[in-house]
Design a protein around this ligand. Sequence first.
Ligand code: PHE
Length: 337
Amino acid sequence: LKQEALRELAGVSSQQELSELRIKYLGKKGPLTEILRGMGALSAEERPVIGQVANDVRAAIEAVIEEKQAAFTKAETEQRLQAETIDVTLPGRPLPVGAVHPLNKVIQEIEDVFIGMGFTVEEGPEVETDYYNFEALNLPKDHPARDMQDSFYITDEILMRTQTSPMQPRMMERLKGAVPVKFISPGKVYRRDDDDATHSHQFTQIEGLVIDKGIRMSDLKGTLLQFVRELFGQRTQIRLRPSFFPFTEPSVEVDVSCFMCGGSGCRLCKHTGWIEILGAGMVHPRVLEMSGYDPVQVSGFAFGMGPERIAMLKYGIDDIRNFYNNDLRFLRQFAHL
Ligand code: PHE
């Protein structure tokens, strides 16, 4: 029996065969079990002798099975290690990293310039009340200037803000008459325009407001000059032209010298050497009053600009829709900036 088992075991080539042989020789129905079960029929002298032989045979078979099992396990481990080898010298796969959108980048740059001048950055709601968007800015219900801004109304009293200017009365109310008021407020605004290369029904603005004792037009001029020089270069000039906004008096439109062509005049500045970048003015006394500030005690200036326009000038972008279409071929050009 032992000879036969060892011969068979020597020929096994798989774990499967090995476990079959284990069952065949050592299992409950195997020959060894049968012999041990038949021990009761033997004489007292025969029993220990036969028992001894059976146990020896069993031990010999078990030893060979164990040895084979160990060899199989080792071979299997080696095979796995072989298959799972990692070549650490292979070049890595690049992980795509996002970049800040060019419009957000320009907004951040503008914020940084004003933060450097002591302004805080405040954000307000895009869904606005008629009161803050118009009334508190000196545009009563029947004011003709309301036509200038075709609005998305949600109800009679609620609309998508058409400008960031409602942040002026909102912040004044929040500060309850305290000075200085000095913040900028970037955010989205909405107008009922048909989208084309220069119009979008949704775009961004950055509002600015300063109120304190003795604020004058020269403060507005100096602040804006400092701003454009930090953004466009130290040689940039500004030019103020009279304009009209219901919430400022006097009101101005502000041009910068054409930094794209060194002020000599080019297609972008319509050959005048100047290009408009923002609206501004001294805060109207009525606006101060309505939000709890005394126009005899304090005065202020406000300004509003469109980051899209500034980004378009800065980077020579000719279609505003580029900012919203998320075409990666467009966006990738700004990823390194
Ligand atoms: N809110 C004005 C606009 O949208 C811009 C502006 C802001 C003008 C502040 C003056 C003062 O056109």
